[in-house]
Ligand binder design. Structure first.
Ligand code: PAF
Length: 283
């Protein structure tokens, strides 16, 4: 498996593949790969000739230095895991911070038509400018036909679709379903850092989302949110940061339900000092 670390080398490899008329599917990651990432890679391989996987812990999307410092970095293990999917049809781009930011590790400013101000945007200042900056740069370097992003970060997925539309980037963005542990916990690189007692309790998040979905069939969004807040108030280990039911397209909180719209419930929870997010389609 070829692993490139410089823009120059990956660009040369891409040029060769494009010359051979190969279709490129792209999966952007921050490493610490798990089965959720592997599902994206497998979809990319199924729909393209080559999967390009980037592994880069992007500093500009972290608003907390400690979170950035503690983010797991496991490049060798990641490469070995990718090899189990394919040795020849995957290439890896694992740049340094300098390669991407050239000594100026700051975000560009983006206008995502308001998508950036909801949910994660409220709690993680500057996060989506950081995500927009890195994803735009990676798409410009790799020039994939299609790029695959998980629905666990549903707001990120909608924002990346907006990024591509607004900047006329000729890559089709494909959302892929959330991958869950058998316990129901949404797969995340952060799960690795959960202490055992929190790992055992964390499936409560998805369990609550599933019940919220049933309740949304007959109750208002406010009533469902009240119920969820009460459940977490009773839970001694998990601390609710937000629970919001929003329109899937605009991500604006629902005021009055309409049959014509698709809604999704979004949640962020602290398990000790680890922040976990999840979401569920409601209709
Ligand atoms: O979802 C992630 O892991 C990151 O936000 C991404 C898309 C790789 C950008 O750094």
């Amino acid at each position: 498996m070829n692993v490139y670390t410089t823009k120059h080398d990956i660009s040369d490899a891409i040029k060769v593949l494009k010359g051979q008329k190969k279709k490129l599917g792209f999966v952007a990651t921050m490493g610490a790969l798990h089965q959720g990432h592997m599902a994206l890679v497998k979809t990319a391989l199924n729909q393209n000739d080559v999967a390009v996987v980037s592994i880069f812990v992007n500093p500009t999307q972290f608003n907390n230095q400690e979170d950035l410092d503690k983010y797991p970095r496991t490049l060798d293990r990641d490469i070995n895991l990718l090899k189990t999917a394919s040795n020849n049809e995957i290439i890896v781009f694992a740049p340094t911070v300098y390669t991407i930011y050239n000594g100026n590790t700051t975000s560009e400013h983006f206008d995502f038509d308001g998508l950036e101000f909801e949910m994660e945007g409220k709690f993680r200042e500057g996060h989506f400018n950081g995500v927009g900056t890195i994803v735009k740069r990676l798409l410009e370097i790799i020039q994939p036909d299609k790029a695959y992003f998980g629905e666990k970060d549903f707001q990120q997925l909608q924002i990346i679709k907006k990024l591509v539309e607004k900047h006329n980037i000729p890559t089709k963005i494909i959302g892929c379903p959330i991958h869950r542990e058998t316990s129901g916990l949404a797969m995340s690189s952060r799960n690795e850092r959960l202490k055992e007692v929190y790992k055992k309790e964390a499936p409560f998040i998805y369990k609550t989302l599933k019940t919220a979905k049933i309740k949304f069939g007959t109750k208002s969004a406010n009533k469902v949110a009240e119920w969820v807040t009460k459940q977490f108030a009773k839970n001694k280990l998990l601390e609710l940061e937000y629970f919001i039911i929003s329109d899937e397209q605009t991500l604006k909180p629902v005021k009055r339900k309409s049959n014509k719209k698709s809604y999704r419930a979004f949640i962020a929870v602290y398990a000790d000092d680890i922040r976990l997010i999840d979401n569920i389609a409601l209709n």
